[in-house]
Ligand binder design. Structure first.
Ligand code: ADP
Ligand code: MG
Length: 288
């Protein structure tokens, strides 16, 4: 053992130099402890290699997800495991979990999460976006108000086309809070340009506390609202949450009856369909 030691030390030094050169800081960190585990007969060489590489990969993966979450502007993190489905019995858990498989992204579908305030629309939208980021998909998250502000600024700067192109590159665009604030004049038109550019090319998740019949009011323009819904309800999944506010769950007795009662969400008007290639019809499962 004592005669072999200098040789082991030389090999270890060489491995460390390689790990530094390869920029593998986590592998470098766990190397000595892992070699000790080999010496103690706890693991063999192959298992040690596996431990070291897995540690490094985990570190890189965590970093990648962290950066992608920042790029996506997902600052508040929510998870599906943190969602209490028992609190929202109207919500089909299996349907939400099926969305987490992310095939709707490959099909460039639009997921609508509808319901009164506090029913978990943003939570679910963020949780699905986080799943997409973890799976390596590019995501952009924004409230409608912020999105319209950024598009209006780009228009003023003469960079609207680039801004729309950037927003089209994300495989998933999440637009939160449609309907809470009235859209500024011209905002509906800008949002339409984006939606039209992404139509059948990129998936979206939209959350709203207002029924589709109220979109004319939300966007301050019934013509723009109809054109938006025409694109957004084709290849769409509509999930309606009809329960109570999770925010107010401990204070139900303090909340006036008219706020406690479920908000009426009017079902969508049947959108006017334009000609579609026949093959596409199979993927269309717009809920009513
Ligand atoms: P909405 O967007 O529908 O107004 P949010 O998703 O923002 O509501 O939910 C409000 C708060 O309550 C958030 O902190 C969210 O994480 C939490 N929340 C809502 N529904 C649930 C639920 N079923 N289980 C766990 N937390 C929930
Ligand atoms: Mg919300």
């Amino acid at each position: 053992m004592s005669r072999a030691a200098p040789c082991v030390a030389t090999t270890l030094d060489s491995i460390k130099r390689s790990l530094v050169g390869l920029r593998m800081p986590r592998a470098l960190e766990v190397l000595d402890a892992t070699v000790r585990r080999i010496e103690q007969g706890e693991i063999d060489g192959l298992a040690a290699l596996d431990v070291i590489l897995t540690e490094e990969l985990t570190l890189r993966e965590n970093r990648r997800v962290k950066t992608a979450l920042l790029v996506a502007r997902l600052t508040t993190i929510k998870t599906l495991s943190g969602f209490d489905f028992a609190f929202q019995p109207s919500l089909d858990r299996e349907r939400v979990l099926a969305l987490a498989e992310l095939t709707f992204i490959d099909r460039a579908e639009v997921v609508h999460l509808l319901g009164p305030p506090g029913t978990g629309k943003s939570h679910l939208a963020i949780a699905l976006a986080v799943e997409a980021v973890k799976a390596g998909r590019s995501v952009v998250f924004s409230t409608l108000a912020d999105l319209v502000t950024s598009l209006a600024k780009a228009e003023r700067d003469g960079s609207l086309r680039e801004r729309i192109r950037y927003l089209c590159r994300a495989s998933l665009l999440v637009v939160d809070e449609i309907g809470y604030l009235p859209v500024v004049p011209g905002g509906g038109n800008l949002f339409f340009q984006l939606v039209n550019a992404r139509y059948e090319r990129g998936a979206m998740i939209l959350t709203s506390n207002r029924g589709f019949a109220e979109w004319g009011e939300v966007f301050g323009d019934p013509v723009v609202a109809t054109a938006l819904l025409d694109r957004l309800l084709h290849h769409a999944v509509v999930i309606q949450i009809e329960g109570a506010s999770y925010r107010l769950r401990q204070h139900a007795d303090l909340v006036p009856e008219h706020v406690r009662s479920k908000a009426l969400i009017v079902p969508p008007p049947a959108p006017r369909r334009r000609g579609r290639p026949p093959g596409k019809a199979a993927s269309d499962h717009t809920a009513g």
